[in-house]
Design a protein around this ligand. Structure first.
Ligand code: NCD
Ligand code: ZN
Length: 344
């Protein structure tokens, strides 16, 4: 049997939720990853250091003492965030980044930023604190087609931002388009991007295959095959400024299978396995480790993890549903096969 041992990877974009829901999902990430950047879009959002530290304690309380898992907390940027809050967050030693959501762009983004220019003074603080800005890169203008929102964001918001703040480290989260790939490649050293398993493995046909598929609805929305191929080529290229961020975003089945289904796909149960599938398909499994365990840590200025994980090339059936607090969720590839298995 083919096996692959790599340095324990990190997930640089993860939604854990809170309370009973979190208890149901957190171990899926802990088994696979050493650390994860924890997204702050709870309801209410994590806008203060105190909230971030409380949330961190909730996460740690779900884990055994020797889990070794380190949640890397983030602050949710608002137009009212005081500069001192960012300094305070940095000093805490547990907050690693600030997340920019355009107001209304995605799940719990109502308190996000209406106009990037309104937070320019706070971005100066991020530069001074050497703290990365994590960007949900989509415009929210209802006039802009949903499939063009990332491309337009690059021109209207991201390019001017990088021109103005040359010392700001920016992670362009969950990129989905050829334009984003090209922009990151030709961009400065302080710009990187995370890539999700769904944007590597699925194109937008997966939203409508045999009828509408709400469990394939996430934001940014799945794109055309041309874009999937560009993102796939970027991830598997070995380029150091592309790295792993699952954007695993669990929602109860009832919230997804509804008249107004919410955005987000749950992939933590087979995340590293799906990336292994991608690198295997590309014929470059030898590059999985750098993408999953080196590039992100290097960009964030963190030491690489010490331990390892081992994957086996062995097909297994993903359950049709998983427990999610008092409810259930439908995971990525529910009821279908996964080609790689984590060795416990
Ligand atoms: C995320 C969620 O549910 O929190 N949803 C998603 O579709 N990715 C929010 C986000 O990262 O956009
Ligand atoms: Zn996300």
């Amino acid at each position: 049997m083919q096996t692959l041992t790599i340095t324990r990877p990190d997930d640089f974009h993860l939604h854990l939720r809170d309370g009973k829901a979190m208890t149901s999902v957190v171990m899926d990430s802990v088994r696979r990853f050493g650390r994860a950047i924890i997204m702050p879009n709870l309801n209410p959002p994590i806008i203060t250091t105190k909230q971030a530290l409380d949330y961190r304690n909730h996460i740690l309380a779900c884990l055994s003492e020797d889990s070794g898992f380190e949640p890397l907390m983030t602050l949710y940027l608002t137009e009212d965030t005081p500069a001192d809050e960012i300094i305070h967050a940095r000093k805490s030693g547990h907050v690693y980044a600030v997340k920019y959501y355009p107001a209304g762009a995605t799940t719990h983004a109502e308190s996000g930023v209406r106009n990037m220019k309104n937070v320019y003074p706070l971005l100066e603080v991020l530069v001074a604190q050497n703290m990365p800005l994590l960007v949900h890169g989509e415009v929210t203008d209802p006039e802009v087609d949903i499939f063009d929102r990332e491309r337009v964001f690059i021109d209207q918001v991201l390019a001017p931002l990088l021109d103005r703040f040359q010392g700001l480290r920016v992670v362009f989260e969950h990129i989905t388009t050829r334009q984003a790939v090209e922009f990151v490649k030709k961009g400065p050293e302080n710009l990187a991007a995370t890539i999700t398993p769904q944007h590597l493995l699925l194109n937008r046909n997966a939203l409508f295959n045999g009828g509408f598929q709400p469990h394939h609805f996430c934001l940014p929305i799945l794109k055309a095959e041309e874009h999937r191929q560009a993102v796939f080529a970027a991830a598997t290229s070995g380029h150091p400024r592309f790295f792993l961020g699952t954007d695993s975003a669990p929602h109860a089945r009832s919230e997804k299978e509804s008249a107004c289904g919410c955005a987000g796909m749950y992939s933590a149960h087979c995340a590293i396995e799906l990336y292994a599938e991608v690198f295997s398909l590309a014929g470059c499994l030898d590059r999985l480790e750098a993408f999953s365990s080196h590039h992100g840590a290097d960009f964030y200025g963190l030491p690489r993890n010490q331990g390892t994980i081992t994957l086996e090339k062995r097909s297994w059936a993903i359950p049709a549903t998983l427990t999610f607090g008092d409810k259930e969720l439908v995971p990525f590839r529910a009821g279908k096969e996964c080609q790689w298995k984590l060795k416990q």
